[in-house]
Write a protein that binds this ligand. Structure first.
Ligand code: AMP
Length: 415
């Protein structure tokens, strides 16, 4: 299947060529023709599947065509609602890329920054608006934005909206939308509250499901290191001495732990920055940029801050702490292995986290291989030390480009 078979117009095909996309991903193949035929759509897909392009490309084309045939359209015509500012910015970047040869004006609105520039952009007139719920509601209340002419509504990452407590804001926004519209609804998982919302919002939708939450992990090489909580930092520094780990996203549960870890890594000579919800938008963007341009090697993040981070060629994800919710593990490791590329995900597990590991294995219906024989495993010489061992540390995981000093065994664990 090629993009030429999806009823896309020449300027879109040209833009995709410029992006270097040669063929559509499964969700694009399944969604684009139905969206172009003005059908509602229920997409069960997570980031990394190419879902952003699956909804932005056809909506851009529909707006472009509509503007060609009707001279005075009341705007905005389309709204994309997404949970985080990082995702909003990334969707904005995708729109810019895919719509570079189209006559569609867009803007992105999100909180954490003064609204002035966003308001200026809206006042100039936009066809397509990408927004996070809180800022959009603010602007609606101030009568800066009206949704009364929306013809295309896209709800992105609906399950995250629920997890992050935005679902009421989302419902308030939906209540302002015209009844006659096309709705595209995307969610990685379908908990009952989300499928109920979908059934209210969608009219006779086409259903598209790709890489269910547990199968995306199949292309990612995973391993777990058992260690004591107090030794996690030393273990991380030990692993990072393997220079083949060029970029790594490290997840911690708590914001202050992210800051502290980044600080300690820098003290150990490893360039690191932290990104979490307490940081200003500016410093988050800067940290992300430094990471993307490889000025920093390690980005330490909490889950919410990492949502939507889209870094091509991210090879490694390390779960410094295991997540409380097993689905989050899939979201985290899905940061590597984007659009079909492989990646490496390493998890640290202290004795208190073993139930969390069991939950993750249960969800994925597979055991995560345990790396044995590393210097910081419980009961090892180093397990009572806080400093990095003086011997040359070599990572013991496969594909890391070095030999394997540690033994990797595939231990059967009970659920
Ligand atoms: P998403 O699932 O929307 O977060 O997209 C994941 C990544 O896949 C992004 O980096 C996109 O640029 C990339 N991508 C999307 N569609 C394609 C495609 N057809 N070919 C190659 N890469 C793609």
């Amino acid at each position: 299947m090629s993009f030429n078979n999806l009823q896309l117009i020449e300027p879109v095909l040209q833009a995709l060529g410029k992006e270097g996309y040669t063929k559509p991903t499964p969700i694009q193949e399944k969604s684009i023709p139905s969206i172009l035929q003005k059908r509602d759509l229920l997409g069960c897909a997570q980031t990394g599947t190419g879902k952003t392009a699956a909804f932005t490309i056809p909506v851009l084309q529909l707006i472009h065509e509509q503007k060609k045939s009707i001279q005075f359209l009341q705007r905005p015509l389309a709204l994309i609602l997404t949970p985080t500012r990082e995702l909003a910015i990334q969707i904005g970047e995708s729109i810019e890329a895919y719509g570079r040869f189209l006559n569609v004006k867009h803007t992105v609105v999100f909180g954490g920054l003064p609204q002035h520039n966003q308001v200026q952009a809206i006042r100039k007139g936009v066809d397509l608006m990408v927004a996070t719920p809180g800022r959009l509601l603010d602007l609606m209340q101030q009568k800066i934005v009206s949704l009364s002419h929306i013809q295309y509504f896209i709800l992105d990452e609906a399950d995250r909206m629920l997890d992050m407590g935005f679902i009421h804001d989302v419902k308030r926004i939906i209540a302002q939308l015209p009844a006659r519209r096309q709705t595209l609804f995307f969610s990685a998982t379908m908990p009952p509250a989300i499928s109920k919302l979908a059934s209210v919002l969608l009219k006779d939708p086409v259903k598209v499901e790709v890489t269910p939450v547990s199968s995306v992990v199949e292309i990612i090489e995973q391993s777990v290191y058992f260690t004591e909580k107090k030794n996690k930092r030393s273990l991380l520094i030990h692993l990072l001495q393997n220079k083949s780990i060029e970029t790594v996203l490290v997840f911690t549960q708590m914001k202050h732990a992210a800051d502290k870890l980044a600080h300690k890594l820098n003290a150990a000579g490893i360039r690191a920055e932290a990104i979490h919800g307490d940081k200003s938008q500016h410093s988050r963007q800067r940290a992300l940029e430094n990471f993307k341009t490889r000025k920093t090697r390690v980005l330490v993040a909490t889950d919410i801050a990492a949502r939507g981070i889209d870094i091509e060629e991210l090879t490694h994800v390390i779960n410094f702490d295991l997540p409380n919710v097993p689905e989050t593990y899939v979201h985290r490791i899905g940061r590597t292995g984007r659009a079909g590329a492989g990646g490496i995900a390493i998890s640290f597990c202290d004795p208190n986290e073993k139930p969390l590991l069991n939950d993750i294995q249960k969800l994925n219906r597979r055991f995560i291989p345990v790396v044995d024989g590393h210097p910081f495993e419980p009961g090892s010489v180093n397990s009572n030390m806080h400093k990095v061992p003086s011997t040359s540390p070599v990572s013991s995981f496969k594909n890391a480009g070095t030999g394997s000093r540690g033994r990797k065994i595939f231990r059967q664990k009970t659920y």
